[in-house]
Design a protein around this ligand. Structure first.
Ligand code: MN
Length: 716
């Protein structure tokens, strides 16, 4: 665990800042310290020491990160507004805009910390991102604050201790990791582990110490060999022994269900050299000395992790037949691995990582823009963040050995889309480590993934059920949407063409100024949008084309159309005017019945009875169902079909006809068919006013002698 150099006075703090930034605004630091001490004067820490020790410790952690004076001053003041009568305005007055912004953001963050429900927890998380996106120094101070709290956790009651430790492991550690601050991530995880599982922690510390004693000689031997080789080949390089952090070991034991004794990478060797070329030279050297373990080589130099981590990892069978892991990197890579985003705010070294900043901010901007879209659902936001950004990731390899980082649970389809959209779209299968697997296969660390593609193949809607990455999901949805749109446009074009021909108009009018002018009266501005509206049935081709038809031609055809229009006007679709619709011929709904509309492709809205057996089959896409209601118009009649099941005897048909006519119902058509058992079905096509009339008629029909049953005909 990290040993923080103890700082007890403001003079020591100033000395520390001076060591890396001799031109710093020491007066600001001194004023901030005095102000904070004064403000916290009446408070004491839970262990009995003056409160000022906490902000001083936080500031000192910030100096370990070599941060600028604004950040350190804000660190000294971070609890003043939260815990004392001091206001943000006072901070602004005395210390300026930057310091007060940071203190204000930290105050708002800590006020949310004591909420307990899941929703509040998610909300807390979201706010942290928003504050962070404005100024990343907020999170660096928060990290320092949390680190000091974790280091002094023992003084707190158990429940509070556990809550803080859990939050540290679940939020702070992955966040530090995501921001590339390796040492903090390790620190948060180990401190959290120690607080939550003290026995397991102590046990592991003991075992690691024992193993180190046993292996020291062996490791020294390896270091010696490497050292000699480096000198011999005149490659600059410093070799360090490195212990995997405790929580890392513990997680590995849990994940792979193996005892401590089987963890071979408890100790690793890290070689830091000067150039990328020498990293690869060293890799070659290591592999020439000892046999590499297959599947354990990872090139994060060629393919950096998304937090910009770079290094080469390889595991070899060492001199005594024991597996040993090497990490090779340059000084620069090492600094980025340890400091990450913090390097950006580091005094005087801002230039070093500046060109990479964009990468840091890109994902952050992404998350923030998502969180803003979804302001009402913090929980969903948390899930997205959890799923795609934070927690476990898998590293899969391309056949060339390039490392692809994906969220845990990703599939070959995610992998394919992460390489290229076209590869994703055309992906038809995958081979993992040479074996064919289903596309929904869950990738595992170290899998070599070979994507099989077929030109002209398209994404499937089913893929949405299993893909994990945001990228794959949006690309698939985009494709499906474009495809659907294209289809609807094609249908629309066809319908316009047909309508034009029907009126002996030139098909070229489909793309004319005249037709577009008509479309504009429906608030449609482009040809594609016009075809699209027609294709989706929002506008009928008739509505558009009719206005192109010369007046004299229209008059001849009018009566026929008028009838149809009269009938159709009996239905109103909620919220939409001027829509083309028709009563479906499977259930023939009548006024008074509960009905639903289904937006067809190109034939407008079809109206079905709510219980129509066809509706379920047809309307798989629930988005295309619309609410409709009848607008009563006493003059209209509606076609409906009924079937009477009768005894096959003379006179029944005549009796039925009389009953129907006596109800003032017109009969369009009668079809009768006899069955073997001296029974008959007599089907009528009728015109009724509404459901009341129909129900009354059906009741009367059942009373006719010889009738066994009567039903509406609804064909599936
Ligand atoms: Mn604090």
């Amino acid at each position: 665990m990290v040993t923080l150099k103890e700082i007890n006075t403001i003079d020591e703090l100033i000395d520390r800042v001076f060591s890396y930034n001799p031109d710093a605004d020491f007066d600001l630091l001194r004023r901030a310290y005095m102000f904070s001490r004064e403000a916290h004067q009446k408070q004491i820490r839970i262990e009995g020491s003056p409160y000022i020790e906490h902000p001083l410790a936080v500031a000192s952690i910030l100096t370990e990160m070599h941060l600028d004076t604004t950040t350190i001053a804000a660190g000294l003041l971070h609890d003043t507004v939260e815990d004392t009568p001091v206001t943000v305005d006072e901070i602004r007055e005395f210390f300026g805009e930057d310091v007060s912004f940071l203190v204000d953001a930290l105050t708002k963050l800590s006020r949310m910390e004591f909420k307990t429900s899941e929703e509040a927890y998610a909300e807390n998380f979201r706010k942290m991102f928003l504050a962070m996106a404005k100024d990343l120094r907020v999170i660096l101070i928060k990290f320092a604050d949390r680190l000091h709290n974790m280091l002094t956790l023992e003084y707190l009651p158990e429940t509070k201790r556990h809550r803080i430790a859990r939050e540290t492991q679940e939020i702070y550690a992955p966040l530090a990791n995501r921001l590339g601050i390796g040492w903090l991530k390790t620190e948060f995880e180990d401190l959290g582990f120690k607080a939550l599982m003290p026995e397991a922690y102590e046990d592991l510390v003991h075992k690691v110490a024992k193993k180190r004693d046993e292996q020291e000689g062996y490791l020294n031997e390896v270091v010696e060999i490497m050292h000699d080789k480096l000198t011999e080949m005149s490659i600059p390089g410093k070799i360090y022994g490195r212990i995997k952090h405790y929580y890392g070991i513990y997680q590995k034991m849990q994940r792979q269900k193996i005892p401590f004794e089987q963890i071979y990478d408890v100790f690793a060797l890290r070689i830091i050299t000067d150039t990328n070329a020498n990293c690869y030279a060293l890799l070659g050297l290591i592999h020439s000395l000892w046999t590499p373990v297959p599947g354990r080589f990872k090139d994060f130099i060629g393919a950096p992790k998304s937090n910009l981590y770079q290094s080469i990892h390889t595991t070899v069978i060492g001199p005594k037949g024991e597996k040993i892991e090497f990490q090779v990197r340059t000084e620069d890579m090492h600094r980025i691995a340890e400091e990450g985003i913090a390097a950006h705010w580091k005094y005087k070294e801002q230039g070093a990582v500046a060109k990479k900043d964009d990468k840091y901010f890109a994902w952050l901007r992404d998350i923030v823009s998502q969180s803003q879209k979804d302001t009402h659902n913090a929980k969903e936001f948390l899930e997205t963040v959890k799923g795609t950004i934070f927690f476990d990731v898998v590293y899969a390899l391309t056949p060339n050995g390039d490392v692809i980082e994906l969220p845990y649970g990703s599939t070959p389809v995610d992998f394919a889309y992460s390489i290229h959209t076209a590869i994703g779209h055309q992906c038809t299968g995958a081979r993992i480590n040479g074996k064919i697997v289903p596309l929904r296969y869950t990738l595992r660390n170290g899998d070599t993934v070979e994507i099989m593609t077929t030109t002209g193949h398209h994404p499937s809607k089913d893929w949405l059920k299993f893909v994990k990455t945001h990228r794959a999901r949006t690309r698939i949805k985009q494709w499906l949407k474009t495809k659907e749109r294209e289809e609807a446009i094609e249908i629309g074009k066809g319908l316009v063409d047909k309508e034009l021909r029907k009126h002996d108009l030139s098909p070229s009018l489909a793309k004319s100024k005249e037709i577009l002018d008509i479309a504009k009266s429906y608030k449609i501005n482009t040809y594609d949008d016009m075809f699209l509206s027609i294709g989706y049935g929002k506008v009928s081709p008739h509505q558009i084309v009719n206005k192109l038809v010369p007046e004299e031609e229209k008059t001849g055809k009018q009566p026929q159309k008028a009838t149809k229009a009269t009938e159709d006007r009996g239905i109103k679709i909620k919220g939409i005017d001027d829509i083309m619709f028709h009563r479906s011929k499977c259930c023939y709904p009548v006024p008074g019945e509960k009905v639903l509309g289904f937006v067809t492709r190109g034939r407008g809205v079809s109206i079905h009875t709510a219980d129509c057996p066809n509706l379920d089959a047809v309307a798989v896409d629930k988005d295309r169902l619309v609410d409709v209601e009848w607008s009563t118009n006493s003059d209209m009649t509606y076609t409906v079909r009924i079937s009477a099941y009768t005894l096959d005897k003379p006179g029944v048909l005549a009796d039925l006809s009389v009953v129907i006519s006596s109800e003032n119902v017109n009969i369009h058509n009668i079809v009768s068919s006899a069955t073997h058992e001296k029974r008959a079905y007599i089907d009528f096509t009728l015109e009724v006013k509404d459901k009341t009339q129909l129900d009354k008629l059906l009741k009367k029909i059942t009373q006719v002698s010889g009738v066994i049953d009567v039903k509406r005909i609804k064909t599936a």
